[in-house]
Design a protein around this ligand. Structure first.
Ligand SMILES: *Cc1c(COP(=O)(O)O)cnc(C)c1O
Length: 398
């Protein structure tokens, strides 16, 4: 357990509201200002020199960050129990920033194969052009992961829970494999958030979140963050300044505002997820439900041991339904909005076959585990009973 930070003694909501913020702000405002500035002025030449010699903490130029971003980086570091955090303009920019910083030509990276497909694609299709080798092993096959490591391996990467199959990684075991081989570990914990699990406490080197999802929480912004030790993050922050994948001041204000209610939202997402998963599990029209909070779930024991709650995402299969019959159920719901993404206050629904895998062949879909009758529901914070009544009507009528 990482208990070196004062913040670790505070609860999630106290941190979400206050961590990283000064008590005394510009104009005695209770909220942080939105500082719209592409550049920052120096009173004289000596203060430039003081800044370069790191005697004067301050801003310099917008591509190296902005004051709002720094406040939220401290807040997110505190929420995950990490020393530091680096924000990017999207979750993918954060992932790309980590890979571009840590991997050199000839290095290898090993993924569990249910990891977010765009991050695997970036490594397999793009970093390969620069001589980085990507290996993928079956999700949660720890022996295969250990066997895939050689002296060129630099990073082990997994998502947990995974999307849409909701596999839960035994992070302790995953981290142990990395440590035994001297390889760093990264967990994409976007679906769990620091409310439900804190991978750094299990020894992971990096935790990554698409802040577009639960951290922002209102389906109105894109951002990404990587949390870990200052020493490991400093080179990532430096490369970000060159890549330029920083956030605007307005975007950061939205994220900071969204984070104030982080714990309250997560409690409702967890409650809705559990209650609706149980409702679906008992409905005769539903063949199978993937939700880590159900006892029948393949990884329920690991989830129960390591997680505080199981989030708002539910994947389920419709009994005896082809793709059209399944689509009819999606179309018949009235509260959920049909859209990709998850983690916002609005419930979203989608059929993975159509939304993300339409251009794949049936064989590829089978390989990825995406049957025609699969629906993904990302529960928002609406009233549980309203969502259940709505889903029941759609299932009963189709
Ligand atoms: C959405 C998502 C990402 C990518 O984040 P963006 O903010 O969309 O770039 C990465 N990982 C997971 C698990 C996600 O859900």
């Amino acid at each position: 357990m990482n208990a070196t930070h004062d913040h670790d003694r505070r609860g999630t909501s106290t941190l979400a509201v206050h961590a990283g913020e000064s008590k005394r702000k510009a104009c005695d405002s209770i909220t942080d200002p939105i500082v719209c500035a592409s550049t920052f002025t120096f009173p004289d030449t000596q203060s430039i020199i003081d800044f370069i010699e790191q005697k004067l903490p301050r801003e310099e130029y917008g591509r190296y960050g902005n004051p709002g971003e720094k406040v939220i980086e401290s807040k997110l570091a505190a929420l995950d129990g990490g020393e530091d955090a680096v924000l990017f303009s999207s979750g993918m920019a954060a992932i790309v920033g980590v890979f571009m910083t840590k991997l050199n030509a000839g290095d290898e990276v090993v993924f569990f194969d249910e990891c977010y497909h765009r991050s695997r694609e970036f490594c397999a299709k793009h970093l390969s052009r620069f001589g980085v080798v990507t290996r993928q092993v079956k999700q949660c096959d720890y022996e295969a992961m250990a066997a895939a490591i050689n002296d060129k391996t630099k990073l082990l990467v997994s998502e947990s829970p995974t999307n849409p199959h909701q596999s839960i990684v035994d992070i302790e075991r995953f981290v142990r494999i990395g440590r035994e081989h001297g390889v760093e570990t990264l967990i994409d914990a976007t679906l769990a958030t620091p409310y439900n699990i804190r991978p750094l406490e299990f020894g992971a080197d990096y935790v990554l979140h698409s802040a577009t999802k639960y951290l922002g929480g209102h389906n109105d912004l894109l951002a990404g963050v990587i949390v870990g030790s200052r020493e490991k993050l400093d080179p990532i922050r430096y490369l970000r300044g060159i890549m330029g994948a920083v956030n605007s001041a307005h975007n950061m204000y939205l994220l900071q505002r969204g984070l104030k209610t982080f714990e309250l939202r997560m409690q409702r997402h967890n409650e809705n997820g559990q209650a609706i998963a149980e409702f679906l599990d008992a409905h005769p029209r539903v063949e199978k439900v993937y939700y880590p909070g159900l006892e029948s779930h393949q990884y329920h024991e690991v989830a129960k041991r390591t997680m505080r709650g199981y989030g708002g995402l539910i994947t389920f299969l419709i009994r005896d339904a082809d793709w059209r019959a399944t689509a009819n159920i999606v179309d018949a719901t009235s509260i959920p909005r049909i859209a990709p993404s998850l983690g916002g206050v609005e419930t979203l629904i989608e059929q993975p076959l159509v939304m993300s895998y339409y251009e794949c062949t049936p064989e590829e879909r089978q390989q990825f585990g995406i049957p025609d009758n699969m629906i993904r529901l990302a529960c928002g914070i609406e009233d549980t009973e309203d969502l259940i009544v709505d889903l029941r009507a759609a299932l009963d009528a189709n």
